[in-house]
Ligand binder design. Structure first.
Ligand code: MG
Length: 158
């Protein structure tokens, strides 16, 4: 049985924070605000994996009201979610991620982000696609207020 899940996340840009996407520190004047490390790539992919298994969502598993998750490494949360669905008989086989941000330019960082996601999920190379787009200047992303991430994940039973 093949299952597909979708995930979405957005975070507001904030000064005095590091910009972390897929566990990679991206050089930029602004980081992302959040209770954890605000890694929106890890968060969206975590939700896609949980969604594919109908196993809830990241906010239920790692509530931002819980001090345990303050400044949490979101790649660890991603690994925890993959382990959770594995415990329910599913393995992640493939994922695809789109980051929507007006800045910074992410093209040079996409291979490292993909490799980090593959490593976290124990997947071979070219199992995780990572792409970046702008929002053509429109809306909160276009104004540079924050960024958003879309992710889909495919799980196989057994
Ligand atoms: Mg988030």
């Amino acid at each position: 049985m093949t299952r597909v899940g979708i995930g979405y996340d957005s975070h507001r840009f904030a000064p005095g924070r590091r910009l972390i996407l897929g566990g990679q520190v991206i050089p930029h004047a602004l980081g992302l605000a959040g209770h954890s490390d605000a890694d929106a790539v890890a968060h969206a992919l975590t939700d896609a994996i949980l969604g594919a298994a109908a196993a809830g969502n990241i906010g239920e598993l790692f509530p931002d009201s819980d001090p345990e998750w303050k400044d949490a490494d979101s790649m660890a949360l991603l690994r925890t979610a993959a382990a959770l669905v594995a415990g329910r008989g599913f393995r992640v086989v493939q994922a695809d991620v789109t980051v929507i941000a007006e800045a910074p330019k992410l093209a040079a960082h996409l291979p490292a982000i993909a490799a980090a996601l593959e490593a976290s999920l124990g997947l071979p190379a070219r199992s995780v696609g990572v792409k970046a787009k702008t929002n053509e200047g429109m809306g909160f992303i276009g104004r540079g207020e924050g960024l958003a991430v879309l992710a889909v994940a495919t799980l196989e039973a057994g």
